[in-house]
Design a protein around this ligand. Sequence first.
Ligand SMILES: [Ca+2]
Ligand SMILES: [Ca+2]
Length: 151
Amino acid sequence: MRNISLILAPAVAAVLWASPAAQAATPAVQITRIHYDSPGSDRGGNKSVNGEYIVILNTTRKPIGLEGWTIRDKTGFVYEFGPDVVLGGKKKLVLRSGQGDDGASTVYWGRRWYVWNNDKDTAYLRRADGRLVDKCAYDSSRHDHTNCQER
Ligand SMILES: [Ca+2]
Ligand SMILES: [Ca+2]
């Protein structure tokens, strides 16, 4: 009987090895886009700061409550989703960097200055318990945005 366990061991190891990567490929909520360079000169002002935004997508068919979830940049600026934010199945939500009134499809970080570097940065999406759900890194000043899911 010992021979059987020896034969099975590599197969079990292969499954365990593969599963974290398979899960990471389709997080329940994905960062799909970061528009990191606001249109025009970055001289501040609420309209310009709101020209920066990040988009997340609920990849499941069920609503997901985002209370306590966070989006953070590499520097350490943190946005925390409020208690009323529920992202419907297959719906997108835009987080703009400046100030404004939160709605069903857009919420506002409330900042007076930009968050996302125009050359390179990384966005981290975490659950309320701190577990990483998704991240998106970019490294190009030749573009004004990155489509995270296409890489
Ligand atoms: Ca920027
Ligand atoms: Ca700009």
